[in-house]
Design a protein around this ligand. Sequence first.
Ligand code: HEM
Length: 147
Amino acid sequence: MHEYLATIYYWLKAAHILFVIFWMAGLFMLPRQLVYMHASAPGSEEEALWARRSRQLGKVILAPSLVIVWVVGLLLAMTIGAWDQGWFHAKLLLVVLLSGYHGWMTGLARKMGEGARPLSEKQLRIVNEIPGIVAALVVVLVVVKPF
Ligand code: HEM
């Protein structure tokens, strides 16, 4: 198994980075959609439209990308034997948090589609920054491997 993974290492890394791009694109789009949904009247046609769009984004881009990034990422970790490396532990913690953020945002979209407004528009704009900050830290960890 390990020999085979080593022969496809660069294909794995290419697939990993490609689906990381899709996942991050989805994580940047969803909070924006929620800001627009927040401005619509609860129960209105416009709210229903944004609810449909965020469900579509979740089903077509976010969920498949999350699964593929994790599966290929763990295969890469198996290939290079990353399990005992500090940078990988820190990266894993950050991507678990990012996956939690994904779940929280998806749940928030569902609640807002039912007319709830648990966060203010300002709060939505603030949480919109989280994926970008986490992605910057993750990329530095995996490319520079500082520890
Ligand atoms: C979700 C769980 C993830 C796991 C288990 C994981 C694991 C890994 C592993 C083991 C590598 C190979 C490192 C090497 O060959 O030196 C890698 C490469 C990479 N990962 Fe992830 N990763 C995950 C998510 C992410 C995320 C969310 C991002 C960006 C936001 C990311 C960005 C990258 C980049 C840019 C590389 C290529 C680094 C290089 O070429 O040196 N990964 N990942």
